[in-house]
Design a protein around this ligand. Sequence first.
Ligand code: NCD
Length: 362
Amino acid sequence: MANLYNNLNLIDLNDYSVSWWEKLLERAHEIMADPSAYAESCKGKIMGTLFYEPSTRTQMSFQTAMLRLGGTIIGFDNPATSSVAKGENIKDTTKIVSGYADIMVMRHPVAGSVKAAALTADCPVINAGDGGHLHPTQTLTDLLTLKEEKGSLEGLCIGLCGDLKNGRTVHSLIKAMSCFKGTSFVLISTPELALPAYIKDVLSAGGHPYKEVSSLDDAVGMLDVLYMTRIQRERFASPEEYEKQKGHYILDKKKMSKAKDSMIVLHPLPRVDEIAIEVDDDPRAMYFKQAKYGMYIRMALILTMLEENSLKVPLITGKVHEHQKCSNPLCITHKETYLPHYFRGEGTMLECEYCDERTLVE
Ligand code: NCD
């Protein structure tokens, strides 16, 4: 039986209220002021980190966060060294680990996979990136960086540049920033790597002004924040398609000279070539500091999720449509075929509960 309500999971930041995010940001601010005061806060607690996909910052900042809170960690960063290599499905692996750990952090290359794990897990599950879909804890990192460095999350003109199609950090950040008054967006990409329709719907629904442009040079002068991203090579159908897209956008000193003095540059990292090394010394380059903020917000998140016992966040709000298939070939329901086909909505257009893509009723 699916576990739809029992644990508090973080799959999509938008499952929570803005005031819940703001409390986390405040808590992270307090932790930063005196980290040693929290050194025993999670004593005796165990965090499982299941990374089916490469990671440096997300994995290590989660692990460091737990260690700094006095807890311990188990897990893998290479599924080839676990029973996944023997063909074990997500349900079985995560069910077992969730019985060993008090909280579980999971990254996986397929959209909707972390929600799929949370359905049957026995402890809270945190999404550390599910394919090209979402990356809520990177967004918490980005929100903390914006709050600390810009002073407010309202009224910002944010430029997002690079792989807006496959970049899960972009999708989560846009969904979150759409909840703040006065945000406007400049979407800088090639037409092939434009934002998916379901995220554009979020922008339109929130009434936020946005424009889609192809030139970073033309856009940079109007921005308060520039969010650079890597072209997501691993998500392309073929190496040739990646070759056509790489190297289009490179932020260098010349482009920085056209930006406002108050603009800050964010990047979830890793970078490939989209920010020239010469930009690192510019005081507006905030990406290394951003990665450190990531550790503090994850400390705040772990603490909050382990102690929260009254909040109920339903994992599934739709219902099973047994014979309906999700239209997204990259959705977890096509890989783990035992999963119930949960969809939201009624009528001819349904929304997949796992990957959020819209599907025409068959
Ligand atoms: C990002 C990710 O994994 O989505 N990295 C991160 O978590 N800091 C961005 C990327 O890989 O390009």
